[in-house]
Design a protein around this ligand. Structure first.
Ligand code: URA
Length: 210
């Protein structure tokens, strides 16, 4: 069974509401997505292991917690809207490696078509966070994760901002082993595969292409 975590932190919910508003500008949308991504990163990494090392503060030595060095990460952005989450998470975790999966949805069939794929060589020694703001039909997420599994990462988590119930059901059916994190579960998909009420096309709003 896929573990679905709804990240309902009040700051995230408030910022998400601002992002949803039709009148929110591209500049503001970008900033909000970056801010939410930092907060999502806190939640998604909450169970990461720590080790202890002896340090000296100005006043005393102490055995202090640091991230276990074997916890190496790779962030994978599903282009193009995944870039918005990637930017925020990189600010918090600047030394992680980054991969990209380029998929577009065929507007008629809604089936994802891959046009780009690049991940670090040592991905098999890393835990993977796959990011895409919108889990709509789930077709892109399912295809991206399927492709990424073939590179043998140590683990995979999928992180989005908004999910439709249909997308969650699809994703969980195909990838029951991949934990899913989302900040909201909306009502339904429309006939064009858009999330309702949603926030529109995340890529267009992020890059100002419409
Ligand atoms: N992709 C988007 O950007 N928005 C949706 O509502 C669905 C898919």
């Amino acid at each position: 069974m896929t573990k679905v975590t709804l990240i309902d932190h009040p700051l995230i919910q408030h910022k998400l509401t601002l992002m949803r508003k039709a009148e929110t500008s591209t500049a503001k949308f970008r900033v909000l997505l970056k801010e939410i991504s930092l907060l999502l990163a806190y939640e998604v990494t909450r169970d990461f292991p720590l080790k202890h090392e002896v340090i000296k503060t100005p006043l005393a030595p102490m055995n202090a917690p640091v991230l276990a060095p074997e916890k190496k990460l790779v962030l994978v952005s599903i282009m193009r809207a995944g870039q918005g989450i990637l930017d925020g998470m990189l600010e918090l975790m600047p030394s992680v490696r980054v991969g990209h999966v380029g998929l577009y949805r065929d507007p008629k069939t809604l089936i994802p078509v891959e046009y780009y794929f690049k991940v670090p060589d040592d991905v098999d020694k890393r835990d993977m966070l796959v990011v895409d703001p919108m889990l709509a039909t789930g077709n892109s997420a399912v295809a991206a994760v399927e492709r990424l599994k073939s590179t043998n990462p140590m683990s995979i988590r999928f992180v989005c901002l908004l999910a439709a119930p249909e997308g969650i059901e699809h994703f969980c059916a195909v990838h029951p082993d991949v934990p899913l994190y989302t900040a909201a579960i909306d009502d339904h998909l429309d006939e064009h595969g858009y999330i309702i009420p949603g926030l529109g096309d995340a890529g267009d709003r992020l890059f100002g292409t419409k």
